[in-house]
Design a protein around this ligand. Structure first.
Ligand SMILES: [Zn+2]
Length: 200
């Protein structure tokens, strides 16, 4: 018998400090140990070195890691880490990541911004993911329905003002990402931000 497939995996396995489940590294969020509060820093972009602990990026697993001592074990001391604060910090990082992906899409010219441009991109079948501001009214539902009919992902991200800032406009209620790779990274980051902020 050979085990020739071993070492083939791009993403090594890690254990979640919350549910103790084993998952691919890419499916978990690593927190890095810090000497000062909040003592654990989320490392969404996977760039920080040092001692760390991995958790599924969900409210439930964060809570379990706090409650069952999964974090304390890695910190090697009992420190007050709050689920709410850790979840908020991680959700903020995922939101920033989603925003920087929108900026990247803009630079690569693979984005449609505003109702008219999005509607045209939908008509032409170019949309990979639809992004709507949480406070966008009016055309939002109509566009979401069209996108869903086409089997495209819809992401709720930020506000009209915060989306506007990314595109150098006062307000943007809706945008469409036209690149499949950027769209999938964006929807994943936005979904994780939501999962972290979700109440029990
Ligand atoms: Zn877990």
């Amino acid at each position: 018998m050979t085990t020739g497939d071993e070492g083939h995996t791009a993403s090594p396995a890690r254990t979640c400090a919350g549910c103790r489940g084993i998952d691919a590294k890419a499916g978990l969020l690593r927190f890095v140990v810090a000497p000062v509060p909040p003592f654990l820093i989320p490392d969404v972009s996977d760039k920080l070195g040092g001692r760390g602990v991995s958790v599924h990026p969900t409210r439930k697993c964060l809570e379990a890691a706090v409650r069952r001592g999964g974090f304390a074990k890695v910190l090697k001391r009992a420190v007050p880490v709050g689920t709410d604060e850790l979840a908020r910090l991680a959700a903020e990082q995922y939101t920033r990541r989603a925003e920087s992906l929108l900026v990247a899409a803009r630079r690569a010219n693979v984005i449609a911004v505003g109702t008219d441009a999005v509607r045209e991109a939908l008509r032409e079948g170019k949309v990979a993911a639809l992004v709507v501001a949480a406070d966008a009214a009016g055309r939002r539902e109509e566009l979401e329905q069209s996108a869903e009919r086409l089997g495209k992902r819809c992401v709720v991200l930020g506000t009209k003002a915060s989306l506007g800032q990314l595109f150098g406009r006062d307000e943007v209620g809706v945008a469409a990402v036209l690149d499949a790779g950027i769209a999938s990274a964006l929807t994943r980051a936005a979904a994780r931000a939501l999962a972290l902020l979700e109440a029990e």
